[in-house]
Design a protein around this ligand. Structure first.
Ligand SMILES: [Zn+2]
Length: 390
């Protein structure tokens, strides 16, 4: 978002509240000057009443209307802010924060959703202290790359490499945990879709942290499997506050047959190189979030028989040793999704890991951790029994 654009938003907001824009002494400021922000325009429509317009990066677009902004007021007061999405409808329960680190969902009695118009009116307490309001917790490239530092700088044997470039020519990263004499490997892909924080960031991070934990299973797994991780496949989209797409306006998770985008091409080339060098891909996970999650997209019943059965064994282990029940949804392998690429190209088992929009964050972390532990156990057992298909 350009600086000029930010000023437009501020002036519209400030002009409408009888402030003094000539000296910048604004009574109310809506701020979209940070990475991940999205709020297209604000209007003052009455005493302490505002309308915020939220538009997508391009059309057509998935029904995932991301918004993120900060608001400050010279004096503490309650305002009403109606969010309008054009032809789209409100979806996410707004999350609030004063530091962009700690977030909590808005209380439901402070949100009035008009399901016919698709708008949501938020009752916000504003003050001189900056209040961040966003569709989900804000996680930009700065946040994800900051989280990675622990593994890259620490004693984890993780190397950070530039695997390619994004549509905006930014570096795009892979985290490599690789031992030279190890052939079997897994691939983790996260955050193709910018707003999908619950699974794409919170679940993914917990999964990764479990794989790199000091549990006996994790330590053994890291001895026996190489782990290649794309922690934020769409950093441009995340930083621009996109609803769905990369910077070229393309849904990356519909690009795994045509490979028109630098982000998907990058993963394809990376995996092809590893296989060329003798690596054997044994599993892949692609982390997402859906309105109706949690669930996993898995192989259809015919294709499942061509595999060594990691997925059924994994699910059985999760359900028999924890309180989690796995909803596995079978999808056609003809769909241009990431997980199908791994199966269609390498007969590697893979899943789309979907969390739900508003699932309790501790539950998301716990689920991902259990799933990671049980997947590692399952893969180690298959390896030990020489049960991989080829
Ligand atoms: Zn998604």
């Amino acid at each position: 978002m350009s600086a000029k654009y930010i000023i437009t938003v501020l002036c519209l907001a400030t002009l409408m509240v009888a402030c003094k824009p000539e000296n910048g002494n604004a009574d109310m400021v809506f701020d979209t000057s940070f990475k991940g922000a999205r709020l297209s325009k604000v209007e003052n429509i009455g005493e302490k009443k505002y309308v915020g317009y939220v538009h997508p990066e391009s059309e057509p677009v998935n029904k995932s209307p991301w918004f993120a902004f900060a608001v400050t007021s010279k004096v503490k007061k309650n305002i009403e802010l109606r969010l309008e999405y054009g032809t789209h409808k409100h979806r996410y329960i707004p999350k609030l924060s004063t530091d962009k680190v700690h977030w909590k969902p808005m209380e439901l009695n402070k949100i009035k959703v008009d399901t016919t118009l698709g708008t949501a009116t938020l009752l916000l307490e504003v003050s001189p202290k900056k209040l961040y309001v966003a569709a989900q917790e804000i996680e930009t490239s700065v946040d994800t790359y900051g989280w990675m530092k622990k593994y890259v700088d620490g004693d984890y044997g993780v190397n950070l490499k530039v695997a390619g470039k994004t549509a905006l020519n930014n570096a795009n990263y892979v985290l490599e945990h690789e031992k030279k004499d190890v052939e079997d490997f897994i691939v983790l892909v996260a955050r193709q879709h910018p707003p999908e924080i619950p699974g794409g960031t919170i679940g993914f991070k917990s999964f990764y942290e479990t794989v790199f934990s000091s549990s006996e299973t994790a330590k053994k797994f890291r001895e026996k499997f190489n782990i290649y991780t794309f922690p934020l496949l769409n950093p441009d989209g995340a930083d621009k506050g996109n609803w769905r797409h990369n910077a070229n306006g393309v849904d990356l998770n519909r690009d795994w047959i045509d490979f028109t985008q630098p982000e998907t091409k990058m993963v394809r080339q990376f995996v092809a190189d590893k296989v060329e060098q003798g690596g054997k891909i044994r599993f892949a996970l692609d982390f997402h979030t859906s309105y109706s999650g949690p669930y996993m997209l898995v192989l259809d019943s015919i294709n499942e028989t061509k595999t060594s059965g990691v997925i059924p064994k994994w699910i059985e282990t999760i359900e028999s040793t924890s309180s989690f029940k796995v909803e596995a949804r079978q999808r056609s392998q003809e769909l241009p999704y990431c997980y199908n690429y791994f199966f269609n190209t390498y007969v590697a088992e893979a899943v789309t890991y979907e969390e739900g929009d508003e699932i309790n964050r501790d539950t998301i972390r716990k689920r991902a951790s259990v799933y990671a532990e049980k997947l590692m156990q399952t893969l180690l057992e298959k390896q030990k029994n020489n049960a991989f298909t080829k």
